[in-house]
Design a protein around this ligand. Structure first.
Ligand SMILES: C[S@@+](CC[C@H](N)C(=O)[O-])C[C@H]1O[C@@H](n2cnc3c(N)ncnc32)[C@H](O)[C@@H]1O
Length: 463
């Protein structure tokens, strides 16, 4: 049975450094990155390991280095051997830095997270950078793996290797091609500046096989739309907003499985005090909740109706996943969560179902398209500040009686494509992809959202 990254690196500790830290190409790439940075730059080393060579070289060059790692043992070693560095135990998938950085390094630290989490991490790393900041990634290309090793995953265009013996331990690993990495980085608003590919032979008695390593340097765009990675994936499509109506039964099955705990507590933070309006999807239209000092009143309305309240009535207005369905976005706009660029449920629709649509030419779902329109509209209409927040939402498939992959395939295909003649083919293609997905993440499909918060203030800061 494969072990987690935390257990693996708690076991390996210094042995990992002894095997890998002498890579001349890694040291040369860190040197190149140092030349691109201003003195005293702020740097985050994600999956910092023992701190050598990366954090150590950066701190020795006079930069302000912070590092996170999921293994306490690695954090302790880094703290002991990188003077001036600040290291803490944290999982990169949930870590929320309190500032933005001039450079972020993630060197060989994303093999043991799921493909969807890898997509999420690229957008999150981009978000953590200042405009013009540098990202340095260390990866292994899927194209360098031995033939027959692992299984191709068409949803995410990657190779998953389960139960692989590496440094004498069993691990599950995920690999993307360099072309896929480049497209992924670009979709998060980063420009790829340099890719170095080389072979490296680790210096370890149990692990002397040559490996192909790649180091990628990318830069976050200077101030323009693409400096807001969470509006991605970039480029944002041009064109008309075409409203689509969710298939009622599929939507109600899906919404019963969604865990909105985090969203609800985030919304409470924004809607404290005063009179507030909350718009949510219901099966046939919107449900409206008007809350006046804790007294809630519910209304329902059809998608095509106008919202039945005059302007200037509310301290806060919240619209959750509603913009896709209205005829005029600008009529409905206030504060609207949309899908995160790495949303797993949307990825299943786009990668597996959309290519099978009978009347092809229909464009895939784009998570940030509506929020991009919303951001521009709100900035033009008196809201001086736009903030984008990640909202984790899990969709749970843990029915014990029926196969989860079959249930999930019916809901995912049924949501948008219930009238398509190829609906059955879509479900058939989805089932093996979902089975592969559930091996890595049993019973859960990520349905993360992005919350756009527009406020009149220009004082609070955001990337
Ligand atoms: C292959 S080592 C590389 C260490 C270091 N970046 C280097 O190049 O020397 C991968 C590191 O990433 C860390 N890591 C793996 N998954 C992580 C996660 N989800 N969050 C934080 N760190 C993680 C591991 O604990 C390990 O120290």
């Amino acid at each position: 049975m494969a072990i987690t990254a935390e257990v693996l690196y708690d076991i390996l500790g210094k042995r990992y450094e002894d095997a890998y830290a002498t890579s001349p190409n890694l040291c040369a790439t860190v040197e190149s990155a140092i030349k691109m940075l201003d003195p005293n730059s702020t740097i985050l080393d994600v999956g910092c390991g023992t701190g050598k060579p990366v954090s150590h070289m950066l701190a020795s060059a006079g930069h302000d280095v912070s590092g996170i790692d999921i293994s306490q043992h690695m954090v302790d070693i880094a703290t002991a051997q990188v003077p001036g560095g600040h290291f803490q135990k944290a999982d990169m998938r949930t870590y929320e830095p309190s500032r933005h950085f001039d450079a972020v390094f993630s060197v060989y630290s994303m093999y043991q997270i799921s493909p969807g989490e890898t997509y999420a991490m690229v957008f999150r790393l981009a978000e953590w950078l200042k405009e013009g900041g540098i990202l340095v990634l260390g990866v292994t290309s899927s194209t360098s793996l031995l033939a027959g090793l692992g299984e191709y995953d068409a949803t995410w265009d990657c190779v998953r290797v389960m139960n692989r013996r590496w440094m004498a331990q069993l691990t599950n690993q995920v690999f993307f091609s360099i072309e896929r990495w480049k497209r992924l980085l670009e979709s998060a608003g980063l420009a790829v500046l340099d890719v170095r590919q080389f072979t490296y032979r680790p210096d370890d008695p149990d692990h002397r096989v040559r490996e192909e390593h790649s180091l990628i340097i990318a830069r976050k765009a200077a101030r323009k739309a693409a400096s807001l990675p969470f509006l991605g994936p970039y480029p944002i499509p041009q064109g008309q907003h075409v409203p689509y109506h969710l298939n009622g039964p599929s939507w109600s099955q899906l919404s019963n499985r969604m865990d909105y705990t985090v969203l609800d507590s985030m919304l409470k933070n924004y809607t404290r005090g005063g009179r507030s309006l909350l718009l949510k999807n219901s099966n046939e239209g919107f449900s409206l909740t008007v809350d006046t000092m804790g007294q809630a009143k519910e209304y329902t309305m059809q998608f095509r109706e106008d919202i039945p309240f005059p302007d200037g009535q509310f301290e806060s207005v919240t619209a959750v996943s509603t913009l896709n369905h209205v005829d005029s976005i600008t009529k409905t706009l206030r504060d609207a969560p949309g899908g995160a660029p790495w949303n797993e449920l949307v990825q299943f629709q786009n990668a597996i179902c959309t290519p099978l649509m009978k009347n092809n030419g229909a464009s895939p779902n784009h998570q940030g398209y509506l929020l991009d329109i919303a951001a521009k509209y709100l900035l033009d209409h008196g809201f001086g500040h736009i903030e984008l927040k990640q909202v984790p939402v899990r969709c749970e498939f843990t029915d014990s009686v029926v196969d989860n992959s079959t249930v999930a395939s019916e809901i995912i295909a049924g949501l948008r494509y219930s009238a398509d003649p190829n609906l059955e083919k879509m479900k058939e293609r989805l089932i093996p992809q979902l089975q592969m997905h559930f091996q890595g993440t049993p019973g859960v499909i990520g349905c993360d959202m992005i919350m756009l918060v527009a406020s009149p203030s220009t004082t609070t800061g955001c990337a």
